[in-house]
Ligand binder design. Structure first.
Ligand SMILES: Cc1ncc(COP(=O)(O)O)c(C=O)c1O
Length: 389
């Protein structure tokens, strides 16, 4: 270990992929303090800017007062306080599914669903850009794994036709891809469910609260709800809180309760997170205006960046990838933006494929018009200097 760790760290540095932790302090919904300098935060996943909304904060405080700071045991032991039941019922109803199950993080939810629900006679067809948590979970699964080209439905169909199985065939995809911000053709995948009997596992982490008429997520874009075999999403993004959920049929949830190791062998969420998540679900469900305000900001940022000549790829919502390509050049651009007060993170391999390093810009509801004007002006200046536009 003594030799390997410094060697590998040295290699990471050489490739321009070295990461350090940036400790920040929030100053307002959209501004943060980092090393004594104020920045506009353009990389938060709090799309609806609910993380500091008084309704959520008060709900978290109330839960703290009533239940204390922690649940202090696994959910299967005594950690399933009654707030879980409220949240599970409300999120399942909101999403149009029979039952819900809360996990401590989205990572753990994904580790549970793929590894636990798929077995050795099964085949998994996975989009090539699926999130690391889905990939890690597939590594634990005994099913055969087949990767299809990102959103390429011809490739998926060919592979489904070629790969028959004694068990179940699963298609796994994100609804809105976390690093590219583009939307999966969920309607076509539903077609394959009808045509070939495949089961669908959908990760709606970046769709929930943002997409669809009522903000119910990726499925709702295509006019569906409740059609997936299993769907997961997190409370840590548009809902502004922490934790995650899986929704599906009773049997799926029952199986997870009995078999999912990331459910069984970990302490339950703190009551304050559950209280905040319940408040968030109610707020988002009952106030479509939050989502509409977010989309106004998305429209502003996208139209101005596009008009300036940025290639925003196929992204559609609050996630805007500005692909630079080269790792060191991406870091350079990030530093130039930081210099001018924009807090944006460079996303490099292994998070994204080699040669596609990028700045991942996110638009949130709380951005004020003058903040967006400033951000666009800086991005254009720096984009020109870097010869991206
Ligand atoms: C697509 C996707 N799935 C799952 C996760 C994991 O969620 P969490 O941050 O709650 O662990 C994330 C985010 O980090 C994500 O982007």
């Amino acid at each position: 270990m003594k030799n390997r760790l410094p060697r590998v760290l040295g290699e990471i540095k050489e490739k321009g992929n070295y990461r350090t932790i940036r400790y920040v302090k929030p100053l307002s919904t959209t501004r943060i303090l980092y090393e004594s300098k104020e920045y506009l935060n353009l990389c938060s996943n709090s799309y609806l800017s609910l993380h500091d909304h008084p309704y959520l904060v008060r709900a978290a405080q109330k839960a703290l007062d009533v239940y204390g700071a922690g649940t202090c045991s696994s959910r299967s032991v005594s950690g399933s306080i009654d707030l879980y039941k409220v949240l599970e019922e409300e999120i399942a109803a909101y999403k149009g599914y029979h039952k819900g199950l809360i996990f401590s993080t989205g990572y753990m939810a994904n580790m549970a669903i793929v590894a636990t629900l798929t077995g050795e006679d099964d085949i998994i067809f996975s989009d090539s850009l699926n999130h690391s948590s889905l990939i890690d979970s597939m590594r634990l699964s005994r099913a055969k794994k087949v990767v299809f080209r990102h959103k390429d439905m011809n490739d998926l169909e060919e592979k489904i036709k070629k790969e028959d199985s004694k068990g179940t065939r699963f298609v796994i995809t994100e609804s809105v891809f976390s690093m590219d911000g583009d939307v999966a053709p969920i309607d076509d995948i539903i077609g394959f469910k009808e045509k070939y009997g495949v089961h669908i596992i959908l990760d709606d982490a970046h769709g929930t609260g943002v997409f669809g008429e009522k903000g119910r997520g990726g499925e709702e874009i295509f006019g569906f709800s409740g059609k997936m075999d299993v769907q997961m999403a997190t409370f840590g993004k548009a809902f502004g809180s922490f934790g995650a959920f899986v929704v599906g049929d009773e049997i799926v949830i029952d199986y997870l309760v009995n078999r999912a190791r990331t459910f069984m062998y970990t302490t339950g969420l703190p009551p304050s997170s559950l209280g905040a998540s319940i408040a968030a679900v109610r707020l988002v469900r009952d106030n479509i205006s939050f989502k509409d305000e977010l989309w106004e900001n998305i429209g502003y940022m996208r139209s101005h960046l596009k008009a300036a000549g940025f290639d925003l790829k196929e992204s559609e919502g609050p996630i805007i990838p500005i692909v630079v390509g080269d790792d060191s050049k991406t870091i350079k651009m990030q530093e130039m933006l930081m210099e001018k007060g924009l807090f944006i993170q460079a996303i490099r391999p292994p998070t994204v494929p080699r040669g596609t390093s990028r700045l991942r810009l996110t638009v949130v509801r709380g951005l004020a018009k003058d903040e967006m004007e400033y951000a666009v002006a800086v991005l254009i200046d720096v984009g020109r200097e870097m010869r991206l536009i």
